[in-house]
Design a protein around this ligand. Structure first.
Ligand SMILES: N[C@@H](CCC[C@H](N)C(=O)O)C(=O)O
Length: 353
């Protein structure tokens, strides 16, 4: 597509979206919304209520248009995603440029990313792809994969506990919906070898980059680098600031300087962490491609790995994020990291493109 055509297409996105608020789930799986007389596809839950005015009638035409994209907005601890049912195709239904438009909180729907539920490959049940709010494509998303599991249960009309094998850019990820509606995810093994994270910082402990020095804004930050499929740089402070008070940080100033630092060839997510106890951590995150978000699942996992490597915490911790707590465990027996937390639908809508 030419840049001009892409721009025109993206503009029509912003001008033509409609939404409807989801009925409260009360912590349970949402049922299909009943106002839809004739759902276009099997995903009845993406429908909207019946029109009552001429304006609403023209909305109906748009909804039934071939170009309508139906979505469900999900959130996990305030990390929010536009979920797209892409089960019938291995090609995402929106382009990275369109995704960036849709994620815009003023001119679009507003979200930290767009997630596509796609057919599985290599024996996996499904494939997850995600575009960040800047249109870049990360390998993995922890809060996103919990939303992904709940969204699958919704569109497949599954009740109770279920687990799925999800193919992602970070390999096979296994979320399990628990009785209480929370999702526990086997996030696989952390990657600690510097060039694979990737970071150009030299290793300091075996092959890992632990408490290495990184100069930013006149401070010598102590950073540990961990990949959970996607890159993370974790800091508990600097030579000058021994202890961080994360609420005092101006993330929008400092975050981009980590994200775009030359030591991180694929850019990086950055977690700023305060140790409340050996099993209780508090963090704020600046995400690659999305900026300050209310939560980051892969980030919370990476934080616990870094805290263990630096001798600051036990392997099982509660991690407080601005959007709420996650339970994280880095198991010694299999080296896998497990993350448990909530995910829920927020609203349903459609957008014409
Ligand atoms: N919020 C996510 C991470 C999303 C991807 C990240 N921005 C990246 O580019 O790596 C999470 O919950 O893990």
């Amino acid at each position: 597509m030419s840049p001009a055509a892409a721009a025109a297409r993206a503009t029509s996105f912003a001008a033509n979206f409609t939404t409807s608020t989801a009925p409260s789930s009360g912590g349970r799986l949402l049922r299909p919304f009943r106002g839809n007389p004739r759902p276009r596809r099997a995903v009845a839950s993406m429908a909207v209520s019946a029109p009552k005015s001429p304006a609403a009638a023209s909305f109906l035409e748009r909804r039934e248009s071939e170009r309508a994209l139906h979505f469900v907005k999900y959130q996990g601890l305030g990390n929010d995603f536009i979920m797209v049912d892409n089960r019938d195709s291995a090609v995402p239904k929106v382009t990275p440029e369109e995704a960036a438009k849709l994620c815009d909180r003023n001119f679009g729907i507003g979200a930290d990313g767009v997630i596509f539920v796609m057919p599985g490959v290599n024996g996996a049940d499904y494939t997850m792809r995600i575009f960040n709010s800047d249109g870049s494509e990360p390998e993995m998303c922890g809060n996103g994969v919990r939303c992904f599991a709940r969204f699958i249960a919704e569109v497949e009309n599954l009740q109770g506990t279920h687990s799925f094998k999800i193919h992602t850019g970070a390999g096979l990820i296994i979320p399990e919906i628990q009785d209480d509606g929370k999702v526990k995810v086997d996030m696989g093994e952390p990657i600690l070898y510097g060039p694979d994270v990737p970071t150009k910082l030299p290793s300091t402990k075996n092959e890992a980059v632990v408490k290495a020095e990184l100069a930013i804004d006149g401070l010598a930050w102590h950073v540990t680098c961990v990949s959970m499929g996607n890159p993370h740089c974790i800091t508990f402070g600097s030579k000058e600031l021994k202890v961080l008070h994360v609420d005092d940080l101006k993330l929008s100033d400092i975050g981009p300087k980590f994200e775009h630092h030359e030591m991180f060839p694929a850019r990086t997510n950055t977690e700023f962490v305060e140790v409340l106890s050996r099993s209780h951590l508090k963090m704020r995150v600046w995400e690659r491609g999305a900026g300050a978000t209310l939560a980051c699942g892969t980030g919370a996992c990476a934080v616990v790995v870094a805290a263990v490597l630096e001798g600051r915490a036990e392997r099982k911790c509660v991690v407080d994020l601005p959007g709420g707590p996650l339970e994280i465990e880095w198991r010694e027996d299999n080296n896998h990291v497990y993350m448990t937390g909530p995910a829920e639908a927020v609203f349903y809508g459609s957008v014409v493109h």
